[in-house]
Structures are given as structure tokens and as C-alpha cells.
Write a protein that binds this ligand. Structure first.
Ligand code: 13P
Length: 261
């Protein structure tokens, strides 16, 4: 059975004091707690990666970067390489977020290069894909998703389902309060899994974790997690508050307990 992932993408929010306060709350609630079948992840801004690795040791929360350079090293002022992330033992990195595609002109090819750079360092990419509202209204969702998968994963070898995750994030649902229905998300998640089975293997397609992102919060997580191909959330706004983030971990634990009973 695939684990349920509760991944918080903090985007460009929180300074040092807020980061430390959040970590203290997480430590108080999660240190030593069994998180059977649930994988919590947090993606802070670069300056806090190493601090959070240390602060959250022993809580089960894994740390992700929000971005990485497509270059290995060199004169690229302001960039951070996959080797640098690896030197901090960062296990995950978000790539291809729609905000980076929109505001930093990231193409599928650049995202593909980033995925290659991360896999070389054995960092697991969390690849974001998703259509905008216009594309959905025109019935182009499937075409857009397939094109993004083809473009971002061209010649990318995956050996195991745990090598990467995919996050379906419909752009119209990000930060808008408008969540996809469970059925809308399920339809796309199923499509992604089918594409993976054709492009890779049934085993890889069955095992890879596919997250949903877009206005996920404690109030709608339970119904989303009921969808058979939905393995968790990539959560922006609602992951910034420790109580909400912890609540979402509880909901995921309940879901796992329900499956096992
Ligand atoms: P919100 O949960 O704030 O809609 O953001 C989703 C997102 O972009 C996560 O990567």
C-alpha cells in the first residue's frame, strides 16, 4: 500500500523566528510518535533547509527544497545546485511548480534537466503538473497533462516507484479556495498512472505516489484521500499553521487506520 504524503510547500513565507516556533510545535506533537503509513514533508525557503533538518530530527518530518538549478555548478549567481542540496542530505525537492513556470519561465525542458540533476544526487523530485482554467474549460486537461509528463520525463530513467513523486496541481485551484472535487482529481490521477504504466512499468505506476495540490485544508482532505489514486496533498496556505498541518497528519493517520481495519 502506498504511504499518504502530507507535504507543505511554504513558498516565500516565514522568517527564522516563525520557522523555529513552528518546529517547536511539531517536535512537541510528533517526537517519538509512530507515523505508520504517513509521510510528512515540509518545504521551507532555502535559508531554513539545514536548520529545519536539525530542528525536526526524530519527528519523522522530511525536508524538501522548493527548487534547484538545472546546472551542476558554475557562475550562476543566486542559484543552488542539486549537489549542494545533497551535501545537506535533503531528501526531496519540488520541481516544475506552476509559480516557477509562470514567473520564472521554466519550460518542461528546464524542469527535465532539474529532475536529471536531482536524480543524479539521489534526491527525489516532486514533479508538479497541472492545467489552467482556460485549458480545463476548453477540455484540454488530458492533452496538457500528457504533454507535461512527456516533456518533463523524456529520457528520464526511474528504477523504483520511490525515485520520485508527482503532484497534480490544477492552477485554477492554487491559492483560490477552489479545490478540485475528489472525482476531478481522481480522473487526472488515474490518467497519470496509466501514462506511467505505458511509459515505465505497471509496478512503477502502481507504486509511485501521486499527490494533489490546490486549496487542500483539513476540511477537505478526508474526502480527497478517499480517492483510490490520490496519495496525499501538496499543501500551500494550510501548511503554514502548525495546528492545521498537524491536523492533516492526524486525518492521514485515521485514513491509514481505516484502510487497515
Ligand atoms: P494552496 O494550498 O495555498 O492552494 O497552494 C497549493 C500549492 O501551490 C502547493 O504547491
Amino acid at each position: 500500500m502506498r504511504e499518504i504524503v502530507i507535504a507543505g510547500n511554504w513558498k516565500m513565507y516565514k522568517g527564522l523566528n516563525e520557522v523555529l516556533e513552528f518546529c517547536a510545535e511539531i517536535r512537541a506533537q510528533l517526537k517519538g510518535k509512530e507515523l505508520c503509513g504517513v509521510l510528512p514533508i515540509l518545504a521551507p525557503a532555502y535559508p531554513f533547509l539545514a536548520i529545519m533538518m536539525k530542528e525536526l530530527e526524530g519527528t519523522g518530518v522530511q525536508i524538501a527544497a522548493q527548487n534547484v538549478s538545472n546546472h551542476n555548478e558554475g557562475a550562476y549567481t543566486g542559484e543552488v545546485s542539486s549537489a549542494m542540496l545533497a551535501s545537506l542530505s535533503i531528501p526531496y525537492c519540488i520541481v516544475g511548480h506552476s509559480e516557477r513556470r509562470a514567473y520564472h519561465s521554466e519550460s518542461d525542458e528546464i524542469i527535465r534537466e532539474k529532475i536529471m540533476a536531482l536524480l543524479t544526487e539521489e534526491i527525489k523530485p516532486i514533479l508538479c503538473i497541472g492545467e489552467n482554467l482556460d485549458q480545463r474549460n476548453k477540455g484540454e486537461t488530458q492533452r496538457v497533462i500528457m504533454e507535461q509528463l512527456e516533456g518533463c520525463l523524456r529520457n528520464v530513467t526511474l528504477y523504483s516507484p520511490s525515485d520520485m513523486m508527482i503532484a497534480y496541481e490544477p492552477i485554477w485551484a492554487i491559492g483560490t479556495g477552489r479545490t478540485a472535487s475528489g472525482e476531478q482529481a481522481q480522473e487526472v490521477h488515474r490518467m497519470i498512472r496509466k501514462w506511467l504504466a505505458i511509459r515505465y512499468t505497471d509496478e512503477l505506476a502502481d507504486g509511485i505516489k501521486i499527490l494533489y495540490g490546490g486549496s487542500v485544508k483539513p476540511e477537505n482532505l478526508e474526502r480527497l484521500l478517499k480517492m483510490p489514486d490520490l496519495d496525499g496533498g501538496l499543501i500551500g496556505g494550510a501548511s503554514l499553521k502548525a495546528d492545521k498541518y498537524l491536523k492533516m497528519i492526524e486525518i492521514a493517520l485515521d485514513q491509514v487506520a481505516g484502510r487497515n481495519s
